[in-house]
Design a protein around this ligand. Structure first.
Ligand code: UGA
Length: 439
């Protein structure tokens, strides 16, 4: 099938390459010249494991092209809208300008029988609004909402082998022509037995925001337990292991630490609250305010714990921060808890050095005032305290004896609870985790 993908960021670039992998003929379209130039020569404009290999593989087949010219969408049967919906400046609501601009640019090229497929995370009500716009121009075309659930770092696998497909179609019926077309697009993963649910527009839009809100709530729940564990001298990692064995609860997303960040969870829960307010249902989501507050409190707690580790004062203390990305296997620093902590420490007088295997370029653009050191050993050199804030494998596997030879004082704060406290303490380190007993 001929497919157009509008927006080639984390979502669109992966979607375009994955659709070509499934055998479709795909054109990826974006307004950013530099991004398109990179993609056109098989270079991923961001770090995502496996994406570059996939781009090269499918481009060699001739099935994937990239352009800044939106008229290239003409002739495609399915048009996927994959642009970002960031948080509005100074407000909780989502900024819809990219979705609106993409739709306005695309719709004149949509022909009878085509399906425009929204994948961006949007406030409920958007699909119905866009469907009206589409039908004014092309009454014979359809609009579907097909939310994306991919995780950065696992984006290709999540796109090619997702847990489920959700199709929001105008009448909510299984036999709607837009559902049939999406079945054709996803024929290969569907043949593996992937679940598929057809809904009305509003439900499909809400599935996405509800899923991210649930995940955020799970993380803040365990971080709230970490606060209680700290007060009671208990260990939140053992608590998570124990409650996680109940399969109604499950162990996934119960890792206490410095909290969630990134371009999705934080802004999605805020946009969801804002939209619920507009719909008169704000009370239903008031708990998400607490989820957000618990999450932000983690960052302050890490700064306080670092001060405690440094015997009460951060002034002039050399702090080595391991990790800048919002999570491992990503170079994304949007709302990264690690960078937020690093910046707060620096503001409070510490001399901070940040390292990360992939995210230093993005981090330096966002926080030019911080010190960045690509070499882990040099970052650790003469440190008065080490903070592990993004759990890249190379940091999880650090040898406490080797690191002890580099630092000035053996103090470590494990912001992701991924180190073995006994191993580090035995090697002479003063170890602090989050929600774990002091010694
Ligand atoms: C999230 C969702 O997991 C995806 O399903 C969704 O498609 C995506 O948002 C989106 O809306 O596009 P992502 O932002 O890539 O994916 O990252 P996650 O793996 O969800 O991690 C989010 C944050 O939570 C990270 O900062 C991570 O370190 C943190 N986290 C995760 C914890 O602090 N504890 C955990 O137990 C799990």
């Amino acid at each position: 099938m001929r497919i157009s993908v509008i927006g080639c960021g984390y979502l669109g670039a992966v979607h375009a390459a994955s659709m070509a992998k499934l055998g479709h003929e795909v054109v990826g379209i974006d307004v950013d010249d530099a991004k398109i130039a990179d993609l056109a020569r098989g270079k991923a404009p961001f770090f995502e494991p496996g994406l570059e290999q996939l781009l090269l593989e499918v481009q060699a087949t001739g099935r994937l092209t990239f352009t800044t010219d939106i008229s290239a969408a003409k002739g495609s049967k399915a048009h996927f809208i994959c642009v970002g919906t960031p948080q509005k400046k100074g407000e909780n609501a989502a900024d819809m300008r990219y979705v609106d601009a993409a739709a306005a640019a695309l719709l004149p090229y949509v022909a009878a029988g085509d399906v425009v497929v929204g994948k961006s995370t949007v406030p409920v009500g958007t699909a119905a609004r866009l469907a009206d716009l589409l039908h004014e121009l092309q009454p014979q075309a359809h609009l579907a909402w097909n939310p994306e659930f991919l995780r950065e770092g696992h984006a290709i696998k999540d796109t090619l082998h997702p847990d489920r497909f959700v199709y929001g179609v105008e009448d909510g019926n299984d036999d709607h022509p837009a559902a049939a077309l999406l079945d054709e697009v996803y024929a290969a993963p569907l043949s593996e037995g992937t679940s598929r649910i057809v809904t009305d527009y509003a439900t499909a839009e809400l599935v996405k925001t509800a899923a991210n809100s649930f995940l955020a709530t799970k993380i803040s729940f365990i971080n709230a337990m970490a606060e209680v564990c700290e007060a009671a001298g208990a260990d939140v990692t053992l608590l998570a292991d124990s409650i996680g064995l109940d399969d109604r609860i499950g162990r996934k997303f119960l890792n206490a630490g410095i909290g969630f960040g990134g371009g999705c969870l934080p802004k999605d829960i805020r946009a969801f609250m804002a939209r619920a307010g507009e719909l008169g249902a704000d009370q239903a989501l008031s708990f998400l305010r607490e989820v957000d507050a618990i999450n932000m409190r983690r960052r302050t707690r890490v700064v306080e714990l670092t001060r405690e580790l440094c015997e009460g004062s951060l002034l002039g203390k050399r702090v080595a921060v391991l990790g800048a990305a919002f999570k491992p296997e990503s170079d994304d620093v949007r709302d990264s808890p690690a960078l937020s902590v690093a910046a707060q420490l620096q503001l409070q007088g510490a001399v901070v050095s940040v390292t990360d295997p992939q995210a230093l370029g993005n981090a330096a653009r966002r926080f030019p005032e911080l010190n960045f050191e690509p070499d882990t050993d040099r970052c650790l050199s003469k440190a008065d305290a080490v903070l592990l804030l993004t759990e890249w494998r190379e940091y999880r596997e650090l040898d406490p004896h080797a690191v002890a030879d580099l630092v000035s004082t053996c103090r470590i704060l494990d912001g992701r609870n991924v180190l073995d406290p006994a191993k580090w303490r035995d090697a002479g380190w003063s170890y602090r985790g989050l929600g774990r007993p002091q010694a």
